[in-house]
Write a protein that binds this ligand. Structure first.
Ligand code: MN3
Length: 203
């Protein structure tokens, strides 16, 4: 198999009460696994693709053979997105941002509260399944959304953080209340990891 499901870097229950154990189990073991399985299925038809990292695949979708391009977009994207997602959360996370990202948030949005408000409002409005993202474009932070499992890498932007607003990410605990999930999610953010990603985005 070219690609593998990375283990969750903490226990399934570690993000309680913000994200429940049952959601984490399903989300990691079933949903993320399915993206990996489907990506491997696509790569079996074009073994040369398997030499690339999942990020490389998503970065250059135009170079993917047409018969598997959509499968790679959806499932390669799903693999990359979720691998990031587990890493940018941690037990006892959240609180105020730290380091360089804290400074940049203040410079570009005025305050962390203003940034959170913009991110939550923008992402709450994403119709159907998708993601909310923080990217760095033209020397400024920017909040954007994508549909499905599309990753900003496909538009040339390295995502600094992203939140999953597919219903599978919150429905068991929050049902239809996506804004409640979005508000609670900030209590899980791993700002050290987000700072690392900000460093990469600036390069
Ligand atoms: Mn998901």
């Amino acid at each position: 198999m070219a690609y593998e499901l990375p283990p969750l870097p903490y226990d399934y229950a570690a993000l309680e009460p913000h994200i429940d154990e049952a959601t984490m189990k399903l989300h990691h073991d079933k949903h993320h696994q399915t993206y990996v399985t489907n990506l491997n299925g696509a790569v079996e038809k074009h073994p040369e693709l398997g030499k690339k990292s999942p990020e490389e695949l998503v970065k250059d979708l135009a170079s993917i053979p047409e018969d598997v391009r959509k499968v790679v977009q959806n499932n390669g994207g799903g693999h990359v997105n979720h691998t990031m997602f587990w890493q940018i959360m941690k037990p006892s996370g959240g609180g105020e941002p730290t380091g360089a990202i804290a400074e940049q948030i203040k410079a570009d949005f005025g305050s962390f509260e203003d940034f959170k408000k913009l991110f939550n409002e923008t992402t709450a409005k994403q119709f159907g399944s998708g993601w909310g993202w923080l990217i760095f474009e033209g020397g400024k932070l920017k909040v954007v959304t994508t549909a499905n499992q599309d990753n900003p890498l496909s538009q040339g932007h390295y995502p600094i953080l992203g939140n999953d607003v597919w219903e599978h990410a919150y429905y068991l605990k929050y049902q239809n209340k996506r804004p409640d999930y979005l508000a609670a999610w900030w209590n899980t953010v791993n700002w050290e990891e987000v700072n690392k990603r900000f460093g990469t985005a600036k390069k």
